[in-house]
Design a binder for this molecule. Structure first.
Ligand SMILES: N[C@@H](CCC(=O)N[C@@H](CS)C(=O)NCC(=O)O)C(=O)O
Length: 424
């Protein structure tokens, strides 16, 4: 159903059922449309009233239809009233909270008072709902960091739980501000879904099998039944892996994490495949994790990171800059416990925390001290990692997810790939 919001100016011959709508029709609508009546005028008394209630009507050009309106300012009629109106114009405007054309996403976020973040709600460590009913995780903390940066409140996030196959449409519609949800950056997604920012977590696709099968290599999976989730790179990589190695795999696909994990844990599949971090997370939630083995090696490259809808450079730059703040705060050993609020004398740290100079934050419409808000709220990249991923057993040290450098020092590499544009 196409939902179109319209704005009508009603001119009412007072207290009769004759109503004229004075705007011009742009197109004929015969579907269900949402109409927002914003102003009602009684002709004989010249009283203007604000009418703000949204109503859903079946409408076509020239049709007479009933619209229930709620009058929000005093008028000489009873409220709510039902009027016969003739719709002569339906104007497409975004539903509440959606971006209006030409408006910046940051402005929309500020008007709305929250960041809409597409998230995962079933992947422990990365994005899931905890026992208190809160959405938490490594990916979730990025949504919180963005809310802290733009709204000064890490809790001002509206989460949209999104299964894998819903991600493309969610991004393309622009209904979410950002997606932060174990999502692999690929060229076609970058072209068709939105702009990918830095990689938050470097991963690759692996396989988990019950230890009882006695397998030691992915190449021993011939003829195995493999559970995989629809709408993922995992599904596509599995096809390639199967074809290239003539493994004759029996691939069983599932619409979401819960159903694929259940199928695996109930023995319906010999193997479960997804990003290795996803396997580690899933294994931790099994009844007897020790009975399951994640086979050595990966069959793909899975750089996981946030993505924003195409078309708003300011917002895209904000997401990248906030990620850089998380990364450089760690490189400078600034944590949520020691955020500087007065000049320290270290120029790079003072610039990052808005105490001296600038790294471009004001040009992005952010506060000079945005890094204080972000790091104070969620901590640096390492704190976020340790809070959510270290408990799963995803060792960071020595992995690709270590920092590239401990400090902004070209000669002291840490060996990892977590890196961002220098903040200056
Ligand atoms: N990184 C891969 C896989 C991402 C993915 O969605 N993985 C599944 C399995 S771990 C998942 O998170 N599903 C959660 C859900 O559908 O609720 C991709 O971007 O396609």
């Amino acid at each position: 159903m196409a939902i179109i919001s319209g704005v009508m100016l009603l001119v009412i011959a007072a207290c009769t059922s004759e109503v004229e709508v004075t705007r011009v029709v742009t197109e004929t609508q015969t579907e269900e449309v949402m109409v927002e009546v914003t102003r009602e005028v009684t002709v004989d008394r010249e009283v203007e009233v604000e009418v703000t209630r949204e109503v859903v009507v079946n409408v076509g050009e020239g049709e007479v239809l009933e619209v229930e309106v709620e009058v929000t300012r005093e008028v000489p009629v009873e409220v709510p009233v039902t009027r016969q109106v003739e719709v002569t114009r339906v104007v497409e405007v975004p539903a509440e909270g959606m971006m209006e054309q030409g408006e910046s996403r940051v402005q929309t976020i500020r008007d709305r008072g929250s960041v809409v973040c597409a998230s995962n709600n079933s992947l422990a460590g990365f994005g899931f709902i905890n026992a208190n009913g809160d959405t938490v995780g490594f990916d979730i903390d990025l949504c919180r960091a963005l809310a802290a940066a733009v709204l000064g409140d890490p809790n001002a996030v509206e989460y949209r739980a999104t299964v894998a196959a819903e991600r493309g449409p969610a991004m393309q519609s622009g209904e979410v501000d950002v997606m932060s949800r174990n999502t692999t950056w690929t060229s076609s997604r970058d072209i068709t879904w939105g702009d990918f920012a830095q990689t938050m977590f470097y991963d690759g696709q692996g396989f988990m099998v019950p230890g009882s099968l006695g397998l030691s290599s992915m190449m021993e999976l011939a003829d195995a039944k493999v559970c995989v989730q629809q709408g993922t790179t995992t599904e596509l990589n599995l096809q390639d892996f199967n074809n290239q190695n003539n493994l004759n795999l029996d691939v069983v696909t599932f619409p979401d994490n819960v159903s694929s994990n259940e199928a695996y844990s109930s023995g319906q599949c010999d193997a479960l495949t997804t990003d290795r971090s996803g396997l580690v997370s899933t294994r931790a939630g099994l009844d007897t994790p020790g009975d399951h083995v994640i086979l050595a090696g990966t069959i793909s490259e899975e750089p996981l990171g946030p993505v924003v809808p195409h078309g708003d450079d300011q917002w895209y730059d904000i997401v990248k800059t906030v990620m850089a703040i998380l990364i450089y705060a760690e490189a400078f050993e600034i944590t949520s416990a020691n955020v500087p609020t007065a000049v320290t004398g270290d120029t790079a740290i003072d610039r990052l925390f808005g105490l001296e100079g600038s790294f471009g934050q004001e040009d992005l419409g952010l506060s000079t001290t945005v890094a204080q808000d972000v790091i104070g709220a969620v901590g640096n990249y390492g704190e976020i990692y340790n809070r959510h991923l270290t408990p799963l057993g995803l060792t960071r040290e020595g992995s690709r997810n270590a920092l590239w450098a401990a400090a902004p020092c070209g000669n002291c590499p840490k060996g990892g790939q977590i890196y961002a544009a220098p903040l200056r």
